[in-house]
Write a protein that binds this ligand. Structure first.
Ligand code: AP5
Ligand code: MG
Ligand code: ZN
Length: 216
């Protein structure tokens, strides 16, 4: 399966993308995670992406597209993939389409997680992430068993730099202007499936699996 997770910051792309990747046994490719890792490791990519991430701006298309298309050529993508956070502009979507066409492949579908912006501010400002394995928690909706520690690996939980309220509001704004047009783009191709992402995590997941014909 070749799926795209679409939706505003905090909609649950990472949460659902991770669950789907485990269930479908395909890689979960999250551009935000790739950039944050590069920043942490102070690579050339990290140096180029850092200020965009901190300000909640999009990293320029020419940087993002190169990274993703290279990743999609790795052998583990043979069975499919889950793209989370990419594409985010029409230009990125076109580049992906062209790449898949050349490979003789097509997208299975685009999963749109739809939620009201006010819910998103609360979700993002309460989010905590494991420094070690990237697992995501929420101080109220999904607290770890031990405060500040990851259930999976015991790693330290931290708050993402761009999850401060001011930056969150800016990211939502950037999403409205630059990413929302992708809904029409995929709707026209008859690939868009909309899910009410205000529902509990397990319910959203069940609805997506059902749609994919993998429901129980
Ligand atoms: P990225 O990391 O992709 O951030 P984002 O799109 O802003 O999305 P988030 O990761 O914040 O939210 P999510 O939808 O994954 O939600 P999550 O599952 O964590 O991008 C970061 C930056 O990188 C960008 O700003 C940009 O600079 C750059 N970038 C990345 N890709 C790019 C691209 N293609 N082009 C250009 N630049 C790019 O859930 C959020 C919280 O809510 C968690 O705490 C979770 O536990 C909780 N939660 C989830 N679902 C539910 C639910 N159903 N009910 C209750 N709580 C829930
Ligand atoms: Mg995410
Ligand atoms: Zn962890």
């Amino acid at each position: 399966m070749r799926l795209i997770m679409l939706g505003p910051p905090g909609a649950g792309k990472g949460t659902q993308g991770g669950m789907l990747a485990r269930a479908l046994e395909v890689p979960h490719i999250a551009t935000g995670d790739i950039f944050r890792q590069a920043v942490r490791e102070e690579t050339e990519l990290g140096r180029r992406a850092k200020s965009y991430l901190e300000q909640g701006e999009l990293v320029p298309d020419e940087i993002v597209v190169g990274i993703v298309l290279e990743r999609l050529q790795k052998p583990d993508c043979g069975k499919g993939f889950i793209l989370d956070g990419f594409p985010r502009t029409v230009q990125q979507a076109e580049a992906l389409e062209e790449f898949l066409q050349k490979e003789g492949k097509a997208l299975t579908g685009v999963i749109l997680l739809d939620v009201d912006p006010e819910v998103l501010v609360e979700r993002l400002t309460g989010r905590r992430v494991c420094r070690q394995c990237g697992a995501t928690y929420h101080v109220r909706n999904m607290p770890p068993r031990e405060e500040g520690r990851c259930d999976e690996c015991g790693g330290e939980l931290y708050q993402r730099e761009d999850d401060r309220e001011e930056t969150v509001r800016h990211r939502l704004d950037v999403h409205e202007r630059q990413t929302r047009p992708l809904r029409d783009y995929y709707e026209k191709q008859d690939l868009l499936h909309v899910f009410d992402a205000a529902q509990p995590i397990e319910d959203v997941f069940a609805a997506i699996m059902e749609q994919l014909g993998r429901g129980r």
